[in-house]
Write a protein that binds this ligand. Structure first.
Ligand SMILES: [Fe+2]
Length: 387
């Protein structure tokens, strides 16, 4: 999470810069009261910061948009448009029209007004040709309104446009405030894009590793995904928060990734393993941990993977720790992994029936498995929540 911390610091500096800018405006215009309210709004933003950057795209834009609109009074309509090349789409809308008909609407960049000033005001008539919504009588296309436009550039490219329409002219103070916000939003959008892309990259990387493993160890096919689904259901039942449920899913998905370096002659061997061969297999949680701990973002997952063969009674491996010393997510994976392994057919035996496998879980509860997780898991099976 060091990268996120760095981003957080950069963003925090950006807030400080913008607050300083707003403060200059404040001195210049001597409108103490109004501005101090706006400064307070900017300060309040910093507390929401971390969460907002990692929000889902639609939620992120909606929040960003609502914040900007809150700085201007009597807004009739407002659009936030995000561009991918020359084509943009409306990602958020504030106003009286039917949102569903406006969100995702395509807009061509060159058809919108542009100014090197970055923040500028145009007449509503200049946007007349752009039919944002079904209503023509009141909105951005009306002739006598004013539209405040803020262009958000990232890396020299126009990435987003904020359009705020109202009937009354805009005053300098409002334009200055939107100007200071636009610098703030540039860093915000850039960071959000970075965080989202990074998430995507990690997911792709993990899924690729799983595919490689499935090639290498035919038995793993489908197993990783089953374990991930079961483990995240247990995590949910245990009342873990969304972040931990997500981590449970991903850690369970990659729990056996260290098997990539175990010779396939051992992994796919149909007869019983020798003691030496079993010692090699036993190294896979350590290898998995080593792969994953190269990325700071995956370090938590690495720890859960490292301990997924620990037993409640301390007779597991690689660390031989026991009880609650074992991370909770690793204890969940232990149950889900054993369940799926017992239920699956192997070259040398057929998978156990649901009833027989349930008996096994109960039998080893408190020895191999965390008794509380085993109890909850058995109840979920009995209630048909897991097949
Ligand atoms: Fe394993």
């Amino acid at each position: 999470m060091e990268t996120n911390l760095l981003l957080f610091i950069i963003l925090l500096l950006s807030i400080v810069f913008n607050i300083a800018l707003a403060y200059t405006v404040h001195k210049k215009q001597n409108q103490n009261k109004k501005l101090s309210i706006q400064l307070q709004k900017l300060k309040d933003l910093s507390t929401k910061f971390r969460d907002m950057v990692t929000q889902r795209e639609d939620v992120f834009y909606k929040n960003l948009h609502n914040i900007s609109v809150s700085f201007v009074k009597d807004v009739s309509e407002s659009y936030l448009i995000y561009f991918d090349g020359d084509v943009g789409r409306v990602v958020s809308y504030v106003g009286g029209k039917n949102r569903a008909t406006i969100i995702d609407k395509k807009v061509i960049k060159t058809e919108l007004p542009y100014s090197a000033n970055r923040v500028y005001v145009v007449n509503g008539s200049e946007l007349k040709h752009i039919d944002f919504g079904p209503s023509q009588d009141k909105g951005i296309d009306s002739n006598d309104s004013k539209v405040l436009i803020s262009d958000i550039h990232i890396g020299g490219e126009l990435k987003a446009k904020l359009l705020i329409e109202r009937q009354e002219p805009f005053v300098d103070e409002e334009i200055d405030m939107i100007k200071s916000l636009s610098g703030f939003f540039t860093s915000f959008i850039a960071t959000h894009n970075y965080v989202s892309n990074q998430g995507r990259f990690e997911k792709d990387m993990i899924l690729t590793m799983i595919r490689i493993l499935e090639y290498h160890d035919t038995y793993t096919k489908g197993h990783s995904k089953n374990v991930a689904t079961i483990a995240s259901l247990i995590a949910e039942k245990l009342g873990l928060n969304d972040e931990l449920i997500r981590k449970t899913y991903w850690a369970a998905l990659v729990h056996d990734v260290g098997k990539i370096v175990v010779p396939s002659s051992i992994l796919n061997k149909e007869s019983k393993l020798t003691i030496e061969e079993f010692e090699v297999v036993k190294k896979h949680p350590v290898y998995g941990h080593d792969f994953l701990s190269t990325s700071p973002e995956l370090r938590d997952l690495a720890r859960y993977v490292f301990h997924h063969h620990e037993r409640w009674d301390g007779k597991g491996y690689p660390a031989g720790i026991s009880g609650e010393e074992i991370p909770l997510i690793s204890r969940i994976i232990m149950v889900a992994d054993s369940w799926d392994a017992m239920r699956s057919d192997r070259p040398y035996r057929k998978g156990l029936s649901k009833e027989r496998a349930m008996e096994e879980i109960l039998k080893h509860s408190g020895a191999q498995f965390d008794p509380n997780i085993a109890k909850i898991f058995i109840k979920m099976l009995a209630d048909g929540e897991i097949q």
